[in-house]
Design a protein around this ligand. Structure first.
Ligand code: DC
Length: 226
């Protein structure tokens, strides 16, 4: 099949500002924004609701056939539906973040979500944010950015985000959760969160949102012509 869509892969650790950057870029270019972490979080939510421990690999694999997960396009963004119900901020809690990180280590879970992610990119110009977009999901993406920032900068951002959402927490716990997730996500055997060979490293530690977006636009504009 001839595939003329334009694909931008944004990978990197949690709190690196990928999603804010991706949303801004999607708006600027009129591309569809896909938050692939939301898919892993939704599997985590399903498993947690079942009362299954996040490290009970066999039980998690056993319930996959029951999970009906869909990504539908609404207002230029992918929305996740679980069993026909729109999923919202219930997947953003620290508990579900841990579940998501654990379920994402299971090869069967990654295989289960592969086609949902790829099919959207076959039919739309996309900006996809995740951990393995440039390496596994869209190895043919025309632009691959590996977005990163110091762990302190990332923890501060995540803490501010959670406070804004009214989630009760403190900076130390957010920092510790982030250290744990960094090790869990980049140390795993399957699809670790590492840059693709042809990815551009993009460190935004000292940058605000506007600077981050402008720098990314400079990179993308060298490749993307309307
Ligand atoms: O981007 P996020 O923090 O919402 O992702 C939640 C978890 O899902 C994260 O710990 C790693 C995992 N994930 C992944 O393994 N692959 C992706 N493409 C996206 C997320």
């Amino acid at each position: 099949m001839v595939n003329n869509t334009f694909k931008i892969a944004l990978d990197g650790p949690s709190g690196s500002g990928k999603s804010t950057l991706a949303k801004n870029l999607a708006k600027k270019y009129g591309f569809v924004y896909i938050d692939t972490g939301a898919l892993y979080r939704t599997i985590g939510l399903f498993v947690a609701r079942r009362g299954i421990a996040s490290d009970d690999v066999d039980a998690i694999i056993a319930c996959l056939p029951e999970i009906r997960i869909e990504m539908k396009l609404v207002d230029g963004g992918g929305r996740v539906y679980l069993g026909g119900t729109l999923i919202g901020d219930e997947i953003r809690t620290p508990e579900i973040s841990k579940y998501a990180s654990d379920v994402s280590k299971i090869p069967e879970v990654r295989a289960f979500l592969l086609e949902t992610q790829r099919s959207i990119a076959r039919e739309n110009n996309v900006i996809m944010d995740g951990r393995d977009i440039g390496t596994v999901i869209l190895p043919d993406a025309q632009v691959k950015l590996f977005v990163t920032a110091s762990i302190e900068a990332r923890a501060k951002r995540r803490y501010a985000e959670l406070c804004e959402k009214g989630v009760e927490t403190d900076y130390e716990s957010v920092l510790n959760d982030m250290k744990w997730r960094d090790a869990n996500d980049s140390g795993r055997k399957i699809a670790p969160a590492i840059p693709a060979e042809d990815a551009i490293m993009f460190d935004n530690s000292g940058m605000d949102i506007e600077e981050t977006v402008n720098s990314a636009v400079e990179i993308i504009d060298k490749v993307y012509r309307k």
